[in-house]
Design a protein around this ligand. Structure first.
Ligand SMILES: NC(=O)c1ccc[n+]([C@@H]2O[C@H](COP(=O)([O-])OP(=O)(O)OC[C@H]3O[C@@H](n4cnc5c(N)ncnc54)[C@H](OP(=O)(O)O)[C@@H]3O)[C@@H](O)[C@H]2O)c1
Length: 487
């Protein structure tokens, strides 16, 4: 069903990589799914002149690169929604001209701005939109989607917030963490709260610890400059991994409305305790990859070789947190992320507390929720081995791929673009979430400036560095490897 009201999407950075790879193919998927209002229009805003014909040919090639033999009627209908507008950087009237054009073309004045530009341009574009009167909601809604990252620490996040909140209410700001658009992440709440047997054990009485893992076999590739200014902690842990943890551990929201879900997420994030500085090395571990061999790529260079200069920036980060509430008090939470490890996988591993069956035997129960590459749930249980020997047991695995063969595959950006147009903020970050996340990450980055904190090394393609185990609370704990379900 298409949307109830028409709107106009203004895409800043329409010639960039994200627009080409994700946004135009994603918008076209919404067209195919009949999700776009008949009068919805897309204005691509760029900084160079370009003819309408050139731009339409450009959009067409972006669509056909992902949707080869597509329906010609729907492709034409989609292309007709599109126009290009040059907002020339040296023209002081540029934003007024843009505003006049939207009115002159008789497009809907419900305006959704997608800022797919460099983070340093977010604030100035919002200022200029406001000066041109394009954010005034008197008669129609106005929404602004801000790409990631929202700041690089608490201070810069606050500065950006101070700047854009001069012109926008919280209900108008859509801060992206594209992980929240992933189906498997959305499914965490459903899995937890729709299955009666999980909720009673989802607490510190039955759960020994939780691990959230995001490992990649990929290295930093040609993004060395970006990566060396960012590191694993800021790139992955500050938002994606903390958000995954939040969905795994938050309380049940009063309802599944966007407001109620966000309220519980904010509460949980504010209950995660900062790493204690006096026990820093038992909570935080960092490392860098050296040359080695990884699946598919074979022999690869080390991080420093790729960068071409010395660096203490981490490509592996592991952190232990505790959540200060009744449900999770004293339950260690281990988060880890790395480039160039042995596996390419994102998953949540939940270790249940052991039951002492006999003096020499304890149970080993794990629940693993796999986010990618497989979307699946895996439960490990202990059973008796058939036969006369009552002492013999083994672990069995109950596993279910969530996705069936014919199920739709939806990219995060399709979900998030639709949410933006429909006004659903539940899969976007509230400023309080962003602040709570930086509050946890800032002290670690600050402490890492101290040259006495070691930067360990690991061979590309290997498992977690042995020394990372220092953050475990006891000797029985270990890094749980992922599962691989063929769907
Ligand atoms: N690419 C990804 O997969 C990815 C993933 C996650 C997040 N992001 C985020 O998404 C944003 C865009 O990334 P990207 O990779 O697409 O960057 P990109 O390839 O550098 O593209 C940015 C585009 O923005 C344009 N631009 C800059 N200022 C503008 C303005 N004032 N008005 C209109 N256009 C303007 C640039 O135009 P010129 O050609 O004139 O400079 C360029 O075409 C960034 O914030 C990034 O952090 C990207």
């Amino acid at each position: 069903m298409s949307q109830k009201e028409a709107s106009t999407l203004l895409l800043f950075g329409a010639k960039g990589n994200l627009a080409r790879v994700k946004l135009f193919p994603g918008l076209f998927k919404l067209e195919l799914a009949e999700k776009l209002h008949p009068d919805m229009r897309i204005i691509s805003v760029g900084r160079q002149e370009e003819s309408h014909e050139e731009w339409i040919a450009n959009v067409k090639s972006m669509i056909l690169a992902k949707h080869k033999d597509t329906d010609q009627f729907l492709l034409d209908r989609f292309l007709q929604r599109n126009i290009y507008h040059a907002n020339l950087p040296d023209d002081p009237e540029a934003f007024n001209k843009l505003s006049l054009r939207v009115k002159a073309e008789n497009f809907s004045q419900n305006l959704a701005f997608f800022l797919s530009v460099r983070p340093s341009d977010f604030a100035s574009i919002v200022d200029q939109l406001a000066d041109a009167g394009m954010l005034d909601e008197t008669n129609h809604w106005k929404r602004v989607l801000i790409e990631k990252p929202f700041g690089v620490d608490s201070q810069t996040a606050q500065e950006l917030q101070d700047s854009i909140s001069k012109h926008l209410n919280e209900s108008q700001i859509y801060r992206i963490d594209h992980y929240l658009g992933k189906f498997a992440l959305q499914n965490i709440l459903f899995t937890r709260f729709y299955n009666t047997f999980l909720e009673p054990i989802w607490n510190n009485k039955y759960i020994d610890h939780i691990q959230v893992t995001n490992h990649e076999t990929l290295g930093v590739g040609d993004r060395t400059t970006f990566y060396n200014a960012t590191g694993a902690l800021r790139d992955m842990m500050q938002s994606h991994i903390l958000q995954t943890l939040t969905l795994t551990t938050m309380e049940k929201p009063k309802s599944f409305s966007p407001e109620d879900i966000r309220a519980e997420k904010i509460k949980l994030l504010s209950q995660i305790q900062q790493v204690p500085m006096d026990k820093f090395e038992q909570h935080v571990f960092r490392a860098q990859y050296t040359s080695g061999e990884v699946v598919k790529e074979g022999k690869v260079k080390g991080y420093i070789e790729e960068l071409g200069e010395p660096s203490i920036v981490e490509t592996y980060a592991a952190v232990k947190f505790f959540i200060n509430n009744d449900r999770w008090k004293n339950t260690p939470i281990y988060l880890r992320t790395a480039k160039r490890l042995h596996e390419n996988a994102t998953y949540i591993s939940i270790k249940l507390k052991p039951q002492n069956i006999s003096a020499h035997e304890v149970s080993e129960n794990w629940i693993i929720i796999s986010i990618q590459p497989s979307e699946s749930i895996h439960i490990e249980m202990k059973t008796k081995v058939p036969g006369l020997d009552d002492t013999k047991t083994r672990n069995i695995q109950l596993q279910g791929g969530i996705r069936h063969k014919d199920d739709e595959t939806i990219d995060s950006y399709e979900t998030l673009l639709l949410d933006l147009i429909e006004g659903n903020q539940s899969r976007f970050l509230h400023i309080d979430e962003v602040k709570a996340q930086w509050h946890l990450i800032d002290p670690i980055i600050e402490k890492w400036k101290d040259e006495n904190i070691p930067v360990h090394q690991y061979t590309a393609g290997s498992k977690d560095p042995e020394a990372s185990k220092i953050i475990f609370e006891n000797e029985d704990q270990f890094w749980r490897s992922g599962i691989n379900i063929v769907e």
